[in-house]
Design a protein around this ligand. Structure first.
Ligand code: ARG
Length: 571
C-alpha cells in the first residue's frame, strides 16, 4: 500500500523530465516552505548551481519554462530569487484526501511502512521497593506514545518494563526486613515502609561492619537462589508491583513484558565470558571493568570488587537477549538524560558482544528532561516528594471542579473528569521537545483555551456534537471540492499531512511533533468555525463543511490516541 499521493515524488519526476538529475536526488532537495504563500513545495536551485554551472536564478527560470503547465499534479510554478515555488493541484489533493479518509476512517494516517519490523521499547522501568517518581511518569507516558506511534505505522512494537528489581541493595533490604520486618505491615503503603527499613539498615551498616557483611551474603544467597532470601525478595517485588499497577491502571498502560533486571541473572555469565574472550575485561582494584578511555569515557563496571554484577552488566545481557529474541530493528530506551553516560558506555561496550552490526545501529537512547514543579504547590508536608498517585488523582479532581463550573448537569462527570485530568497531564508531558525540562503547573495545563490537552479534547467534543446533531456520515460524493478549496484549504492541507507528520515523529522519536500538529489543527478549525457557519441551507456546502468537521475530529481523536489520551464525548 502506497499512502496517498506522494506529491514530492511526483514533482521530482516532473523536474527530472527536463533536467538530467535523478529523481531521487531532486527529492532530497525539495522542501516544504514555512510560508504557504511560497507554494506547497519549493526547490532551492542553488543546490543545483554547482553541477549545472549556472546561477540559481537561471536554473529556476529554465525549469519553469520547460515544465508544461498546468499538469496533473502541479497547478502553478513561480520563481523567486532562485527558488522554484511549486503549487500542487488542490483539487486532486482534496479528492485524494477524501478517498483515503473514507477508506481508512479511524485508521486514517496509518500505514504499513514498518512492515512488521520489531521495535523494542524499554520504558517506565521503576525500581521496586522505591517510589515511582515523576521521572518515571515521564518515561511511562513518552514510552507508551512511541509504542503507539510505531505500531500505527505498521511496526511491531514490543513494550518492556525493565524493572529495577536486582542489585546489592536487595541484600540490605532483606537484612533490614529480617531485623525489623515484624514492626511493619507491608500490606499498606509498602513503599514508604520499605524505604524506612532501607534507611534504618543503612545506618546500622555504617555502625557495624558485620551487618554490612550479612547484607552482602544475603545478596549472594539471592543470586544463588536460596529459598528464604528469594521469598522475601519476591514479597518486596509483589507489593511494589501492586502499587505500580494502580498508577498503570489510572494511565491505562500495558507492557508486553515485565522482564526486569532480575530476569538477566542467568544471562550475565555469557556476557562476561564473551567480554573476557575478547580481552576486554581488565582488573582494577579487585573489580573487572572495560576500559573506555579511548572513547573519552570512564570505565564500565562489569563485575564489582565484591564479585557482584552491575546495572550495566544487566543492560548488556538485555541487549544480547533482545537481539536474539526479537531480532529488533531498533531497541529504544526511554530514560532521563541523567543516564546519558550510562547508555553511551553500554552501547560502546555492546560492540564487543559479537553482535551483528545492525543491532548495534538499532540501539537508541531517547533521553528526556526533568520535571520542574512550581514550588510549594505540590509538595507534601514533609518535603518535595510527591506521590504520583496523589498527583494523578489531583489532576482528576481539579478537572472535575472546572467541568462542574462550566456545566453542572453534565452526565458522566467522573469519567469525563478522568479523561480530561489525565489527558492534561499526558499532553503537558508531550507538548514540547521531550529533552526540554517540563514545567508542571496546574493552571497552565488545565486551561481549556491554552495549548493543552483539554483544549484538544474540547475542540474534538465540539466537532462531535455538530456531527451528532446532523447524524452525519461521511460520503465523499457529497462533498463540494470547490467549497473546501475555497474555505478550508489550509485545514485540508494540514489534514493531508497527517501521515507524514507521524513519520517525522517516529523518525525523531519525538511525540511532540504530533502534539504541536494537533494544536495547529484545532486552532485552524477554531478559526474556520468562527468564519463559516456549518449548518447552512445549501445542502452541498453544508455537507462539505460537515465533512471537514468530521475529518478534523477524526484526526484529533486519532492523534490524541497515539499520545495516549482518551477523548470524552461531551465536556
Ligand atoms: N530502573 C532505572 C531507573 O529507574 C531505569 C531503567 C531503564 N532501562 C534500562 N534498560 N536501563 O533509573
Amino acid at each position: 500500500m502506497k499512502y496517498m499521493i506522494d506529491f514530492k515524488e511526483k514533482i521530482a519526476e516532473e523536474i527530472n523530465k527536463v533536467l538530467e538529475i535523478s529523481k531521487e536526488e531532486l527529492e532530497t532537495y525539495i522542501e516544504i516552505p514555512k510560508d504557504t504563500k511560497m507554494g506547497d513545495y519549493a526547490l532551492p536551485c542553488f543546490k543545483l548551481a554547482k553541477q549545472m554551472k549556472k546561477s540559481p536564478v537561471m536554473i529556476a527560470e529554465e525549469i519553469k519554462s520547460k515544465i508544461e503547465m498546468p499538469n496533473e499534479y502541479i497547478s502553478k510554478i513561480e520563481t523567486v530569487n532562485g527558488f522554484l515555488n511549486i503549487f500542487v493541484n488542490n483539487e486532486l489533493l482534496i479528492q485524494d484526501l477524501l478517498k483515503q479518509m473514507e477508506e481508512q476512517k479511524e485508521k486514517y494516517g496509518s500505514s504499513n511502512k514498518g512492515n512488521g519490523k520489531n521495535i523494542v521499547i524499554d520504558y517506565s522501568s521503576p525500581n521496586i521497593a522505591k517510589p515511582f517518581h515523576i521521572g518515571h511518569l515521564r518515561t511511562t507516558i513518552i514510552g507508551r506514545a512511541l509504542y503507539n506511534m510505531y505500531k500505527f505505522l505498521g511496526y511491531n512494537s514490543i513494550g518492556i518494563n525493565h524493572l529495577g528489581d536486582w542489585g546489592t541493595q536487595f541484600g540490605k533490604l532483606i537484612e533490614g526486613y529480617k531485623r525489623f520486618g515484624n514492626e511493619y505491615d507491608l500490606e499498606e503503603n509498602p513503599i514508604d515502609k520499605l524505604t524506612e527499613i532501607y534507611v534504618r539498615i543503612n545506618e546500622l551498616c555504617k555502625e557495624d561492619e558485620s551487618v554490612l557483611e550479612d547484607c552482602r551474603n544475603n545478596f549472594k544467597k539471592l543470586e544463588d537462589g536460596e529459598e528464604y532470601c528469594t521469598k522475601i525478595w519476591q514479597k518486596f517485588k509483589d507489593v511494589s508491583l501492586k502499587e505500580f499497577q494502580r498508577i498503570y491502571d489510572i494511565l491505562n498502560i500495558h507492557f508486553d513484558y515485565n522482564t526486569g533486571e532480575s530476569f538477566y541473572t542467568d544471562k550475565m555469565p555469557e556476557v562476561i565470558e564473551i567480554l573476557r574472550k575478547n580481552n576486554k575485561l581488565v582488573e582494577s582494584q579487585g573489580a573487572e571493568i572495560v576500559d573506555l578511555e579511548y572513547a573519552k569515557m570512564p570505565p564500565l563496571m562489569v563485575i564489582k570488587s565484591n564479585g557482584s554484577t552491575s546495572y550495566a552488566t544487566r543492560d548488556l545481557a538485555a541487549i544480547l537477549y533482545r537481539a536474539r529474541t526479537f531480532d529488533f530493528e531498533k531497541c529504544i530506551y526511554v530514560v532521563a538524560y541523567e543516564q546519558n553516560l550510562h547508555f553511551k558506555q553500554v552501547f560502546e561496550v555492546a560492540k564487543y558482544l559479537d553482535l551483528d552490526e545492525k543491532y548495534l545501529k538499532g540501539l537508541i537512547h531517547v533521553p528526556f528532561g526533568m520535571v520542574r514543579l512550581r514550588t510549594g504547590k505540590m509538595s507534601t508536608r514533609e518535603g518535595t516528594l510527591i506521590k504520583l498517585e496523589d498527583l494523578l488523582n489531583e489532576a482528576i479532581s481539579r478537572a472535575k471542579t472546572i467541568i462542574e463550573e462550566k456545566n453542572e448537569n453534565l452526565e458522566g462527570k467522573d469519567d469525563i473528569a478522568k479523561k480530561v485530568g489525565i489527558g492534561a497531564v499526558i499532553f503537558n508531558d508531550l507538548s514540547n521537545n521531550i529533552i526540554k525540562d517540563e514545567v508542571f503547573d496546574w493552571d497552565i495545563m488545565l486551561n481549556f483555551q491554552g495549548e493543552t490537552g483539554p483544549y484538544i479534547q474540547y475542540m474534538y467534543v465540539r466537532t462531535k456534537s455538530i456531527l451528532d446533531k446532523e447524524n452525519y456520515i461521511m460520503h465523499k460524493e457529497d462533498v463540494d471540492i470547490k467549497e473546501l478549496e475555497e474555505h478550508g484549504l489550509e485545514l485540508v492541507k494540514q489534514i493531508y499531512m497527517f501521515n507524514s507528520v507521524i513519520e517525522q515523529a517516529v523518525e525523531k522519536n519525538e511525540p511532540s511533533i504530533i502534539s504541536r500538529y494537533l494544536i495547529e489543527i484545532a486552532k485552524l478549525y477554531s478559526s474556520f468555525y468562527n468564519d463559516n457557519k456549518i449548518i447552512v441551507e445549501d445542502e452541498k456546502i453544508k455537507k462539505s463543511r460537515l465533512c471537514l468537521t468530521y475529518m478534523v475530529g477524526n484526526v484529533l481523536k486519532i492523534g490524541a490516541g497515539l499520545l495516549g489520551m482518551e477523548m470524552p464525548d461531551r465536556m
